[in-house]
Design a protein around this ligand. Structure first.
Ligand code: GLN
Length: 483
């Protein structure tokens, strides 16, 4: 039999229900993998060994009694910037080093209610700021396909935990690409849902008008299973929408008449690696052969998206992170008067990149500059969103690369914030527009590094995004892109 930790949600559920193995065995297999690999990969900040095994024992009793729910006994991991009741949640910043939330984020609560076993908390870029996981105050996360490469970020630890089979699935957060980019660098499936589809309650806020929470899974089928559980309106997050949530797993294999748009701007970036371009073009051809209609489209405002993002996000950041003052939460540097205490605590508790965002955001929002920067950026944001609205009158989904390149070297961009920001060029337009997008493995480059393909849909169009992602996955003819 395959190693238990390499199973998917679907195969683990079947095996548990048929009593081929127990949840304790499955959980132990994941814990063993963590023990073996985490010292090198650094994907976990906290491992809940004792608690996970206790939960697994309880799950086995439920399974024996025939009352198993969708996730009963299945181990999962969570980005450390998402609150987990009774389990330390640091956001990978020392300012929250000792913070243990008394409550679960809504998505975590829903997974727990379906029986998911929390195995640990994943390293990430501090408060979600970064595209390589090098901005963590707990050290960088390494790519399991090549230890000299970055995992991608900011939810790098979660992508690695799934790719390296340290858990069966994981939950991450995507403000401007933080689920899709590490998913593409590590060879797993990662979904950024529509803004308003999944509750943000209990996610440590970065930029509230862009933050979303979504899963990392080994297959598109597993993605649909998790989305069936976590999606939907939440009274604790007023930005969630009342729209009915489709049953994604039921409609996944439906071969709807989906028109696929190919936005030319995404293929015109100078940085786009040739091998990635070829892989995407091959996939587009294979979709064409399956009689999907392929349409060339244009999103002309794409080129402004990164500039808009780096005004809007730091602005919201500077306001959201003001609550981290050493008084209400986490670590405190008790020194001098109250102002000195705030300053010292924030100086020691945030990494450079977080400080940089707070400075830029405070500047962009200040009197006299607000109109020139923040207001202007929001106006252009509307134009970018309008581009998507127009294009989705003609097509149902868009297919693009997830990233212009595969995983880069550790240290390659860490001293060049602008180069790091540009890593997200293909991810930011969907994020500023609030539309859903998935990254699905599409192949490997000549060095064996995974290549991700992005499928973008209209707002609340996760259903067709998942369907096309499934077709792409199936066309790989069972080649596996996980370690
Ligand atoms: N790399 C982007 C940033 O640093 C994305 C972050 C995210 O999605 N959390 O802002």
């Amino acid at each position: 039999m395959k190693e238990l930790n390499t199973l998917t949600i679907k195969t683990a559920r079947a095996g548990l229900d048929k009593k081929e193995f127990t949840s304790v065995e499955l959980t132990q297999a994941c814990l063993n993998r963590i023990k073996e690999r985490n010292p090198e990969l650094n994907a976990f900040i906290t491992v809940c060994e004792k608690e996970a095994l206790e939960e697994a024992r309880a799950a086995d009793k439920i399974i024996t009694s025939g009352k198993a729910l969708a996730l009963t006994g299945i181990p999962f991991a969570v980005k450390d910037a998402i609150c987990t009741a009774g389990v330390r949640s640091t956001a990978s910043a020392k300012i929250l080093d000792n913070y243990t939330p008394p409550f679960n984020a809504t998505v975590i609560q829903k997974i727990r209610e379906q029986g998911g076993v929390l195995i640990g908390k994943n390293n990430c870029d501090a408060f979600g700021h970064g595209a390589s996981n090098e901005n963590s105050m707990y050290g960088a996360v390494k790519n399991p396909h090549d230890l000299t490469k970055v995992s991608g970020g900011s939810s790098g630890g979660s992508a690695v935990a799934v790719a390296d089979h340290m858990c069966i699935f994981a939950i991450g957060e995507d403000t401007g690409g933080s689920i899709r980019q590490p998913a593409s660098f590590c060879g797993v499936v990662g979904l950024r849902p529509s803004y308003g589809r999944n509750s943000r309650f209990g996610i440590m806020p970065m930029a509230s008008s862009l933050d979303t929470v979504g899963p990392f899974t080994k297959t598109v089928e597993d993605m649909a299973i998790v989305m069936d559980i976590i999606a939907g309106q939440d009274s604790l997050d007023a930005t969630t929408v009342p729209d009915t949530v489709p049953e994604y797993s039921k409609t996944l294999n439906k071969k709807s008449k989906i028109r696929i748009g190919i936005p030319k701007e995404y293929f015109a970036f100078a940085e786009l690696n040739k091998e990635i371009k070829t892989v995407i073009e091959e996939k587009i051809n294979s979709l064409k052969k399956q009689s999907y209609e392929i349409v060339d489209v244009s999103l002309p405002y794409t080129k402004y998206a990164t500039a808009v993002y780096y005004i809007v996000v730091p602005s919201e950041d500077s306001s959201n992170l003001a609550r981290m003052d050493g008084i209400r939460y986490g670590a405190r540097k008790q020194e001098g008067n109250l102002f000195e205490l705030y300053a010292k605590t924030r100086d020691l508790g945030f990494p450079e990149e977080v400080k940089r965002r707070i400075l830029i955001g405070t500047y962009a929002l200040s009197a006299g500059y607000y109109d020139a920067y923040y207001k202007k950026a929001q106006q252009v944001r509307t134009l970018i969103k309008n581009d998507f609205d127009e294009v989705f009158k003609k097509v149902d989904v868009l297919v693009t690369p997830t990233s212009p390149f595969t995983a880069f070297n550790i240290g390659e961009k860490s001293n060049d914030p602008l180069a790091m920001y540009l890593a997200d060029v293909m991810l930011i337009p969907a994020a500023v527009s609030g539309v859903p997008a998935i990254s699905v493995p599409g192949g490997k480059d000549k060095n064996g590094l995974p290549i991700g393909i992005q499928v973008i849909g209209p707002r609340m169009g996760e259903e067709q995004v998942l369907q096309i992602a499934k077709q792409i996955e199936d066309s790989l003819q069972k080649q596996t892109f996980i370690c």
